[in-house]
Ligand binder design. Structure first.
Ligand SMILES: Cc1cc2nc3c(=O)[nH]c(=O)nc-3n(C[C@H](O)[C@H](O)[C@H](O)COP(=O)(O)OP(=O)(O)OC[C@H]3O[C@@H](n4cnc5c(N)ncnc54)[C@H](O)[C@@H]3O)c2cc1C
Length: 468
């Protein structure tokens, strides 16, 4: 704690007491709530957490930490992996949550701490929507900087491709306006590889899209139908037009997110489907081959309110300790589905709670209008596997994922390994669990990112994985 003592002394010496947001230490009221993330299995225990209320607060905290050589972690809505759980200073951006929609330009200017729910609520009255993820509780910054594969991704592509401007505070304490003209190289890097190693993004501006109607939802069958549904989905998903997005999951139904009580804790197969501006008759016709598979336990697909996107996946809303993993797949032949089914035991006795396949392709496979560092454009499917971690990580071992040494890590790895022959070598970074994978960036892009990170953060204040 000597270093943190120095931070505090420096804080006073350099007049950094001007930070208007809370500056909390472990014994302070509010500290636990400020550091809490959606996955309590990844334990942080920073010596200081700064709850920034403004970009000036971010600058002051970065200058203070920099003067004492302290690494800084960043937390937005807390739904992501932790680039550096052991960082002694944590910058919490959740109060930077202003959302300004420009209906004429069809853009949103958003503080880095905003969630997608806030953006949707601000855009919908103008007949606009955003490239939202499967849960609107996810943070705009973590999602977009890591790529962002949303419900409308096959139609519009990665969320990062549609970023138009950012504000970034770098390790030297300077705030920069970043766009394709002013800083093309950083603009490239932040759009897809921006979650660590560059600095604190304080504001993002990105495109919104007109939305007349949203058609979508989920269909649930009992686990006994898993093989039929997955094999049928494998053949059906590639026939859909780019306007439609779909995923399918073997799922242990949480006691959460509006799931009907009779389904709680049951293992089911969950088909998800979403399309913007798709007439119900068209959507119904496209879905008919899947509906023909048999009587479901639940069929919720239909016209949705533009802000009701959470009804498609029904992601958990309450924090729970999890261990997750995944893989970007180039292909999904019958043998891959068989291998997945053999490894994916989402039964009540198994630690696994989710084995999900998302269909990619469409606009996701096309290059952005302005080059972006997004990784994984050649992936046809994203596999995401989640299991329940047994106990919260001990406070004295920040970053420890307890399940990593028990059954859950093995169970997750077994599913990922089962589809190894069809994997591109790692997960899509946007869905990464603990730690950011680098496998999907080409060696050339890894080298380019490495050089850039060294240039903007030579002292390594903001964690970056090795070697990218
Ligand atoms: C329930 C759920 C559903 C999800 N659905 C999807 C989905 O549909 N599609 C998809 O692509 N992903 C999805 N994700 C993954 C999610 O997009 C990422 O985990 C994302 O990083 C979460 O962002 P956050 O701001 O909420 O997380 P945080 O935990 O707050 O941040 C994650 C990391 O992002 C970086 N970061 C955050 N804010 C900043 C900033 N201001 N400046 C610089 N770096 C920053 C930091 O490295 C931080 O450790 C989902 C995750 C969950 C838990």
């Amino acid at each position: 704690m000597n270093l943190l003592g120095a931070f505090h002394r420096g804080h006073r010496r350099r007049g950094l007491a001007a930070i208007t947001g809370p500056v909390l230490r472990p014994a302070d009221a509010g500290y636990t709530a400020e550091i809490a993330g959606f996955n309590p299995a990844v334990a942080r225990r920073p010596g200081i957490v700064v709850g920034a209320r403004s970009e000036d607060d971010v600058v002051a905290a970065v200058v203070g930490a920099g003067a004492d050589g302290l690494p800084v972690g960043i937390k937005g809505a807390g739904h992501g992996f932790c680039a550096d759980p052991a960082a002694p200073v944590l910058l919490s951006t959740r109060r930077l949550d202003a959302v300004v929609v420009d209906p004429r330009a069809r853009t949103a200017r958003v503080g880095a701490g905003a969630t997608w729910g806030q953006v949707l609520a601000a855009a919908a009255p103008h007949g606009l929507t955003a490239l939202v993820p499967s849960s609107t509780r996810v943070g705009v910054a973590g999602y977009t900087l890591g790529g962002g594969v949303g419900l409308l991704a096959r139609r519009y592509g990665f969320a990062a491709d549609h970023l138009q401007r950012l504000r970034l505070v770098t390790a030297d304490g300077r705030a920069h306006e970043i766009d394709g003209d002013r800083a093309p190289e950083l603009f490239w890097a932040l759009r897809g590889a921006g979650r660590n190693g560059f600095g604190v993004v304080t504001e993002l501006e990105f495109a919104l899209f007109p939305l007349v109607r949203l058609y979508g939802g989920g269909i649930v069958w009992p686990a006994a139908a898993a093989a039929d549904v997955l094999h049928a989905w494998r053949e059906w998903a590639p026939t859909l037009p780019d306007e439609l997005g779909t995923s399918v999951a073997l799922l242990r139904v949480p006691r959460d997110a509006g799931w009907p009580a009779p389904l709680h804790d049951q293992t089911v197969v969950h088909l998800r489907f979403a399309g913007a501006d798709v007439e119900a008759t068209t959507g119904d016709a496209l879905l008919s081959p899947m509906r023909a598979l048999g009587t479901p336990l639940l069929d919720e697909v239909g016209e949705l309110s533009p802000t009701a996107t959470d009804a498609v996946h029904r992601e958990p809303t309450a924090p729970a300790p999890v261990h997750d993993g995944g893989a970007a797949l180039r292909d999904l032949p019958t043998t891959a589905v068989d291998a997945l089914l053999a490894a994916a035991d989402v039964d009540v006795a198994s630690p696994l709670t989710l084995v999900e396949l998302r269909a990619l392709g469409g606009a996701l496979s096309r290059a952005a209008a302005v080059p972006a560092a997004v990784a994984g454009r050649s992936a046809a499917y994203a596999l995401h596997v989640r299991g329940r971690a047994a106990v919260p990580a001990p406070a004295d071992r920040p970053g420890a994922v307890p399940g990593a040494t028990t059954g859950v890590a093995d169970a997750v790895a077994a599913v990922v390994d089962a589809v190894g022959p069809w994997s591109l070598g790692g997960p899509l970074p946007t869905f990464a669990g603990a730690g950011e994978p680098v496998e999907l960036w080409s060696p050339r892009d890894q080298a380019r990112l490495h050089l850039l990170r060294q240039a903007v953060d030579p002292g390594g204040m903001f964690a970056a994985p090795s070697p990218a």
